[in-house]
Write a protein that binds this ligand. Structure first.
Ligand code: 13P
Length: 341
């Protein structure tokens, strides 16, 4: 299947086209190792390749998945059956290849417990190389924590500035940036705290993107939903989450941005699907941006569980992955219901 990907605008639109979302399969070696630990599976180069092959090779995933974010190692690996490099393998299926380019978080100097994302050094050269290898979009994740004292304006500002530096470098290298400012939902804060912090972060991020000349039409935003902290005493329900998230985005995300692809951030897969669905239901046809998904855990957990690292479970794992992808595709059109689970 061939897609029109001639301009960055076209790539950004294709990434968030109605009925499709992005598979975040860009776990670092350490993170995928933790996921494999949960199913007692060794984390070797070959097994990581076999697992990614299972996902990318799922028949029909291209009907629901517009793009895949890969980790550097995976971008250099190849399909098991015919040894086709993954960027080419995915592109042949009509799925857009993408690459995580940040180098993870480190402590933010001068702050007690906050983080800053690394990876700007040498990024221009790395982007040139990734573009040659077939990557059409990239991802950079900033991490913000809510506690009694945080986040500080300093943490929000430095992370927003860095995200915009990354996004501007991507666009100058013909790569669509996924801009991901993730506010973690760990903690006891309520949904109002989450709203206030998400609003401030998004305002700051868009101010920095504007200041550094990033074209809104050529990017995809990957935000958190506005949720209660996971340990909050009285957690907001689906309708409240959908309404708060939409209100927050109406205030902060320019309509020139073609699409918003949510991260799942540790929600259960059913919650992540239900929240996305409700937002699309409320929005209806009259929407400033396409609202879709770029889930990691919420797309992969059922597949990992079914797989258990065993070759004889590959088909069951692919079935579980396809089901989640399909339900999220329906949610991106507001057509999901719980009884489909
Ligand atoms: P989760 O959906 O598991 O939060 O992962 C998405 C992601 O890409 C985090 O950077």
């Amino acid at each position: 299947m061939s897609l029109n990907l001639n301009t960055l605008e076209a790539v950004a639109q294709a990434m968030t086209q109605p009925g499709k979302g992005i598979l975040a399969a860009d776990e670092s070696t350490g993170t995928i190792g933790k996921r494999f630990d949960q199913i007692n599976t060794e984390c070797t180069f070959e097994i990581r390749n076999a697992y990614r092959d299972l996902l990318f090779n799922t028949d029909g995933m291209e009907n629901y998945i517009s793009g895949v974010i890969m980790y550097d190692e995976t971008l250099h690996q190849s399909s098991l059956s015919e040894s086709v490099p993954y960027p080419e393998f995915l592109a042949e299926k009509g799925v857009i290849p993408g690459i995580k380019v940040d180098m993870g978080v480190q402590n933010l100097p001068g702050s007690e417990s906050e983080k800053i994302t690394h990876g700007l050094d040498g990024l221009d050269d790395r982007l040139k190389e990734y573009r040659k290898l077939g990557a059409r979009f990239a991802k950079w994740r900033a991490v913000i924590n809510i506690t009694d004292n945080n986040p500080s304006g300093y943490c929000i500002g430095t992370n927003a500035h860095t995200l915009a530096r990354y996004a501007s470098l991507c666009q100058s290298n013909d790569i669509v940036p996924i801009v991901e400012p993730e506010i973690l939902m760990d903690g006891t804060h309520d949904i109002d705290d989450s709203f206030v912090v998400t609003e401030e972060v998004l305002h700051t991020v868009f101010f920095e993107l504007y200041s550094q000349g990033v074209e809104y039409e050529q990017m995809v935003l990957k935000p958190n939903m506005v949720l209660s902290g996971y340990n909050a005493s009285d957690r907001a329900g689906v309708d409240e989450v959908a309404d708060a998230t939409l209100q927050c985005f109406f205030r902060t995300v320019p309509a020139a941005v073609p699409g918003i692809a949510f991260l799942s951030g540790g929600q259960s897969d059913e919650d992540a699907t239900a929240h996305l669905n409700q937002m699309n239901r409320v929005l209806g046809e009259n929407k400033p941006w396409n609202l879709s998904f770029s889930y990691g855990r919420a797309l992969q957990q059922p597949a990992l569980k079914a797989w258990q690292g065993q070759i004889e479970n590959v088909s069951a794992a692919q079935e579980a992955f396809l089901k989640r992808a399909k339900l999220n595709s329906l949610a991106s059109k507001g057509e999901y219901s719980k009884d489909m689970e």
